[in-house]
Design a protein around this ligand. Structure first.
Ligand code: LAN
Length: 730
């Protein structure tokens, strides 16, 4: 099994100060959007040197980057921004980027490497160690649920286990510090459910201490709300493989290493722990959403059910057969990427137990692990999905359009490559038996990352469509995406409206709101079902309206009806203070940008609409003294606008876009914000990374490092279009 010898001290030292010579040996490989990092080891490999500028940028390696003429107007700034950013476009036309943030992803992967006995490739092992040590909190040595969050048991216990698996010894200074924090938080008994699960899977916790994960739910007909087919797709896809491992109580024989870890993770002797009393023990630092009484009652009842021997076997066996079948479909339909990193690791583990290490399924899983890994200056992390390729590319495409960069012949090849990527990335089929695996139709949709991952997302489809239309309308561009395929994307969007008029993320809302009472995750909010979101709704609305202009007759009446209802939803979801709550990036500024765009699309502006006016007034009340906006991630957790210490170019750009769309009549606050964006630009055209941008499930933040380029350029372009490209600074 995995070696646990002391981590060589020379390497520990290099952990703190990344050596550029080592980092430069990594190359990003892209193909159909798949981003995999490759360590250049052999002589053959090393011929790939010198690296591209994008490798160096992502690795944090200094590179020549010319000082550009000082920009005085917004469009000059946008142009300088793109001068820099275009160098980061990959060969296949997309923009790559780290999609890190969550700190609970690497553990699933590395624990599965450990259990299956597959050696972690050496460069990956070292780089993950480096990442985790660099990301340990300076004060207490622990890790949170995401990179900016306080230390929790979830983050600290699991990443502690990872570092031990990867070879750090228990008396390594970083381990001593992390352990002290873990013990202060109550030890691993107080991990939230998903943490408990991974510890069980690794024989570091007992199954009796975990609330049941019954696979039997998969045997329910979809008419019953409790059937997982009605849940939010990420949640059902996580509980699917968990149910298999749980029902079979699969975990390795405790080795000496595991016995040692049992000593390290707990404050009390492992054998003295009363496991049943730990089921609902979650550390205060971790707990975001306590169980409801009903959930506790059900867990209690299910715990009894688990104790009945024999009689349940038939039903359980049937449920496990269904589970395996669903996992098979998920794996095959996504080319073993799976919908996200959590079920990716879990499905791989199930495949190991079910088909064995020699199976095709197992080998395919191992191959596609690489798609989730990202190399950055701090080491190697696991992305929140297999990337955000399509999503990021659609925004810069639209930003370049509004900033009139598409008109420059210098950028023609960049635009063509964007279009080629959009063409490649559109999903060309429905997955086989899509109803059987509860999948929404996908023919014509665009996914969030790549075609292989292949999940329909409402707003990704809309942004993909808008970006394609924008690129294809550039004079002389080939019409790579045919009229039929554009219509297919419209069909998908029209099939996704909820009864409240809004649009959710991957599917329509299928289950009742009360399913949220049964949210077992403790660390995430609103994960049981889909919800309508102002962001997704606006994207679809604007996607449909862009489409109408190019193909006015296609499903005209449907488009009108759907759009009207979408607008009603946008209005209804506005809060009394004029704000909208954002669910997928931070937070009120992000949602305002979308919602005000929706209103402007039907001619509702500051001067003629109460909704638009209140939306603008809310935003203006949050403008900071320096003219920018800066929203802290706490907004997402608390539901109340929280000011960041410092203004952020990304939030500022959202606000500028929103106010301009709403035709806010006073230029001054907008000009000040635009000036701030201009002043923050570096001499080489780039903007520097500021605080984390994205969020999911209310409590976990995630990075969108490309937003500092796309939304800034976009805001500058729109400002120039509305107020003229005037000189704003000397
Ligand atoms: C994403 C990323 C993209 C995001 C938008 C397109 C921005 C949004 O408008 C719709 C929802 C979607 C597709 C989305 C859903 C949840 C995801 C997949 C993520 C935030 C990225 C990571 C997250 C996923 C659930 C992380 C794995 C963790 C679990 C709790 C399973």
């Amino acid at each position: 099994m995995v070696k646990t010898e002391r981590f060589p001290s020379a390497l520990i030292n290099s952990v703190k100060t990344p050596k550029f010579t080592d980092l430069t040996r990594w190359r990003l490989k892209v193909e159909h959007g798949a981003q995999t990092w490759h360590y250049l080891e052999s002589d053959e490999d090393l011929k790939q040197w010198p690296q591209t500028r994008w490798d160096k940028y992502f690795l944090g390696v200094p590179f020549e980057s010319p000082k550009l003429p000082r920009a005085q107007t917004p469009l000059e700034t946008a142009r300088n921004g793109f001068e820099f950013y275009k160098e980061l476009q990959t060969e296949d036309g997309h923009w790559a980027g780290e999609y890190g943030g969550p700190m609970f992803l690497i553990p699933g992967l590395i624990i599965t490497y450990y259990i299956t006995g597959v050696p972690v490739p050496e460069p990956m092992r070292l780089e993950i160690i480096r990442y985790l040590l660099n990301r340990a909190h300076k004060d207490d040595g622990g890790w949170g649920i995401h990179i900016e969050g306080i230390s929790t048991v979830f983050g600290t216990a699991l990443n502690y286990v990872v570092l031990r698996i990867l070879g750090l010894s228990a008396d390594h200074p970083a381990m001593i510090k992390a352990r002290a924090t873990l013990h202060k938080l109550g030890g691993a008994v107080a991990a939230p459910a998903w943490g408990k699960f991974w510890l069980c899977a690794m024989s570091l916790y007992e199954w009796e201490g975990l609330n049941p994960v019954p696979p039997e739910l998969w045997a329910l007909p979809q008419l019953i709300p409790l059937c997982p087919g009605n849940w939010w797709v990420h949640t059902r896809m996580v509980y699917l493989p968990m149910g298999y491992i749980y029902a079979k109580r699969l975990n390795p024989e405790p080795t000496d290493f595991i016995l040692q870890l049992r000593d390290e993770l707990y404050v009390q002797p492992y054998d003295s722990i009363h496991w049943d009393s730990q089921r609902n023990n979650v550390a205060e630092a971790d707990l975001f959403l306590p169980h409801t009484k009903i959930m506790d009652f059900l867990n209690g009842a299910l715990t009894y059910y688990e104790m009945i021997p024999g009689k349940i076997n038939m039903l359980r066996k049937y449920a496990l057969d269904l589970t395996i079948d669903q996992i098979r479909m998920e794996d095959e339909n996504t080319f073993f990427l799976d919908i996200g990193p959590v079920n990716k690791a879990l499905n791989w583990l199930v495949v190991y137990y079910h088909y064995g290490k020699d199976s095709r399924e197992f080998r395919e899983h191992v191959k596609r692990n690489a798609d989730f890994m990202w190399m950055g200056p701090e080491g190697m992390m696991m992305n929140g999905t297999n990337g955000s390729q399509l999503w990021d590319t659609t925004f810069i495409a639209q930003a370049c359009t509004e900033a009139r960069l598409v008109e420059h012949s210098d950028y023609r090849s960049n635009m063509l490559r964007i279009l080629e990527f959009l063409d490649d990335c559109q999903i060309k089929r429905n997955v086989p038996d899509h109803q059987k695996c509860y999948r929404h139709v996908s023919k014509g949709a665009w996914p969030f990352s790549t075609r292989d991952q292949g999940y329909t997302v409402s707003d990704c489809t809309a942004e993909g469509l808008k970006a394609t239309l924008a690129m294809q309308s550039i004079e002389g561009m080939p019409q790579l995406v045919s009229k039929e395929r554009l219509r297919d994307s419209v069909d998908v969007m029209l099939s996704m409206q909820n009864s409240d008029g809004g649009f959710a993320s991957y599917e329509c809302i299928r289950g009742p709101k009360w399913l949220e009472w049964l949210n077992p995750a403790e660390v995430f909010g609103d994960i049981m079902i889909e919800y309508s979101y102002p962001e997704c709704t606006t994207a679809v609305l604007t996607g449909l309206s862009a489409f109408k202009k190019t193909d006015p007759d296609y499903r005209r009446a449907d488009i009108e009806r759907v759009s009207q209802r979408a607008l009603q939803y946008i209005k209804k979801s506005q809060r009394p203070d004029g704000s909208w709550f954002g669910s997928w990036a931070i937070c009120f500024t992000y949602a305002a940008m979308f919602s005000l765009t929706s209103l402007s699309s039907i001619g509702e502006f500051y001067e003629n609409s109460d909704h638009a006016r209140r939306g603008c007034d809310f935003l203006l009340s949050k403008q900071m003294a320096d003219g920018g906006w800066g929203e802290k991630y706490k907004s997402c957790e608390t539901g109340v606008y929280c000011q960041n210490e410092k203004s952020q170019v990304v939030n500022t750009a959202y606000a500028v876009l929103a106010l301009l769309d709403a035709k806010y009549p006073n230029e001054e606050p907008i000009r000040r914000a635009v000036k701030l964006i201009m002043d923050r630009q570096q001499e080489n055209g780039e903007w520097l990374q500021e605080s984390i941008e994205g969020v999911f499930n209310k409590n976990c933040m995630i990075s969108y490092p490309n937003y500092k380029f796309s939304f800034t350029i976009w805001a500058l372009g729109r400002y120039a279009a509305v107020w003229g490209d005037k000189r704003i600074r000397n």
